[in-house]
Design a binder for this molecule. Structure first.
Ligand code: PLP
Length: 405
C-alpha cells in the first residue's frame, strides 16, 4: 500500500472538517514537477489524471510559474470594473484559435462557463419568441456539464440530478451519439442544443462521425444555438485546440475551462458572431472571472502548446498508447478508446476501483471514471517514455486488481 502515517493523520483531519460530498481522497499530494507528483509520505507517482484533465503543462512548469509570479507581483486582481491586458489578450487569442469573430466571457470553471452559455441561450430564446415558446434545450443522456443548477439541468446523469430537482427547464435528453434522435427533437420550440464532442465524465465516449455536423444542421434548420462544451475536450487534450472545429463544425457557443489555465482556475464562454452579443450590460458577471493571474497562466499555456508543438506531441504519444494498449492481452481488459492524451481503458468487469488502487500502488495515478472504465488524462507534456512505462506496468496492475477484487 502506498498510503502512510502522514496520510493517515491528514485523512482523519480531512474527514473531520470537509463536507462529505467527495469520498475521502485516497492520496494526499504535496508537490509536483513535470508529470510526477509526490505524496505526503514521500511516494512518487506518474500523474496520468492531471487533476482531472487540468494540469495541461504538468506541475510547476516554468512558463506558468514565471507568468503567474510576474502577474501576481504586478497586479493580482481588478474585478470587472477595470480593463486589464492579460484578459483582453487571452480573449483575442482564443477567438483567433477558434478562427471566428465573436466575444468572450471569462469565469472560474466549467460549470460557470456553461451557466453563462445557458443564460445566452435564454436571451436567444426570448429574442426568438417573446411569449416564451422557444426556451427548450436539447441535451444528451450521459452528458456532464457541471454541478450548478443550470449546468446540472442539462447534465444527463439522473443520479446527479435527482436529489436537486426541480431544476431549470424545459430540457429534453436524447441518447448521446444518436444523430437521428437529436435531429428529431430539435423543433421550433428549441432555443439550443448543448453537447460534448466526446463524453468525458461519461467515460471518454466519442460519438459516430458526423454527429456534431448533424447537430449543427438541426440547429440551423430552426435557428437554435449549438453550444459545444469543450471544457474537457478543448485546448489540446485530443491534439486539437477545439474538437468541434477540428471536425469542421463551428458552434455558436463554445465553453472552456480545465486545461485552459494549466492549474489556475479559469473558464471561458465564447460566443460566435451574434451569439457573442446577446448579453446586455448588467445581464451577467463574475467578480473573479478572468482574473489577471488566471489569464496570465492561460496565456502561458497557449504559448507553450504553440511553441513546443504540443498538439503534434499529444497525437504522437496518444498513438503510442493506443498501439501499446492493443498489445496488452489480459482477461480484465476488453479494449481502449479515446483520442490524443484522453484515453479510456475499458474493463471486462466493474472493477475500476481496484484497478485505480493497484495502479496507485504501482506508482501511477489513474481515474476510475465509471465502474468499468479507467480514464487517463495526463499532462500534455507526458513523454513517450513515461507513457510507455504505464503500458509496461499495466498487466501487473490488472493482475493485482484481479487478485484484490
Ligand atoms: N463540462 C464538462 C464536459 C466537464 O467534463 C466538466 C467537469 O468535469 C464540467 C463541464 C464542469 O467543470 P467544473 O468542474 O470545472 O465546474
Amino acid at each position: 500500500m502506498t498510503a502512510g502515517p502522514v496520510y493517515d493523520r491528514m485523512a482523519i483531519r480531512w474527514d473531520a472538517v470537509m463536507m462529505p460530498n467527495y469520498g475521502t481522497p485516497p492520496v494526499a499530494l504535496v508537490r509536483g514537477a513535470g508529470s510526477t507528483v509526490w505524496d505526503a509520505d514521500g511516494h512518487t507517482y506518474l500523474d496520468l489524471v492531471g487533476g482531472i484533465a487540468v494540469s495541461s503543462l504538468g506541475h510547476a512548469h516554468p512558463a506558468i510559474v514565471e507568468a503567474v509570479s510576474r502577474q501576481v507581483a504586478t497586479l493580482a486582481h481588478t474585478s470587472n470594473l477595470a480593463i486589464h491586458e492579460p484578459g483582453v489578450r487571452l480573449a483575442e487569442r482564443l477567438l483567433g484559435l477558434l478562427g471566428a469573430a465573436g466575444r468572450v466571457f471569462f469565469c472560474q470553471d466549467g460549470a460557470t462557463a456553461n451557466e453563462a452559455a445557458l443564460k445566452l441561450v435564454r436571451r436567444h430564446g426570448w429574442g426568438l419568441d417573446p411569449t416564451g415558446g422557444r426556451l427548450r434545450v436539447v441535451a444528451t443522456g450521459g452528458g456532464f456539464h457541471g454541478r450548478t443548477f443550470g449546468a446540472l439541468s442539462v447534465t444527463g446523469i439522473p443520479s446527479k440530478r435527482a436529489p436537486f430537482e426541480p431544476l431549470p427547464g424545459p430540457v429534453t435528453f436524447v441518447p448521446y451519439g444518436d444523430a437521428e434522435a437529436l435531429t428529431e427533437s430539435v423543433d421550433d420550440t428549441v432555443a439550443a442544443v448543448i453537447v460534448e464532442p466526446t463524453l468525458g465524465e461519461g467515460g471518454v465516449v466519442a460519438p459516430p462521425a458526423g454527429y456534431l455536423a448533424a447537430a449543427r444542421a438541426a440547429c440551423d434548420r430552426v435557428g437554435a444555438l449549438l453550444v459545444v462544451d469543450e471544457v474537457q475536450s478543448g485546448i489540446g487534450r485530443t491534439g486539437e485546440w477545439f474538437s468541434a472545429t477540428a471536425q469542421g463544425v463551428l458552434p455558436d457557443i463554445v465553453t472552456l475551462a480545465k486545461g485552459l489555465g494549466g492549474g489556475l482556475p479559469i473558464g471561458a464562454c465564447l460566443g460566435v458572431g451574434s451569439a457573442g452579443r446577446l448579453f446586455e450590460p448588467g445581464d451577467h458577471g463574475s467578480t473573479f472571472g478572468g482574473n489577471p493571474v488566471s489569464c496570465a497562466a492561460a496565456l502561458a499555456v497557449l504559448d507553450t502548446i504553440e511553441t513546443e508543438d504540443l498538439l503534434t506531441h499529444v497525437k504522437d504519444v496518444g498513438e503510442l498508447w493506443a498501439t501499446g494498449f492493443d498489445a496488452v492481452d489480459h482477461s480484465l481488459l476488453s479494449g481502449h478508446r479515446g483520442l490524443g492524451l484522453w484515453r479510456a481503458l475499458v474493463l471486462t468487469q466493474p472493477v475500476s476501483g481496484p484497478v485505480e488502487t493497484a495502479a496507485r500502488n504501482a506508482g501511477f495515478l489513474v481515474n476510475a471514471v465509471r465502474p468499468d472504465v479507467i480514464r487517463l488524462a495526463p499532462p500534455l507534456i507526458l513523454t513517450a517514455d513515461e507513457a510507455d512505462s504505464f503500458v509496461h506496468a499495466l498487466p501487473a496492475i490488472l493482475d493485482a486488481a484481479e487478485a484484490a477484487a
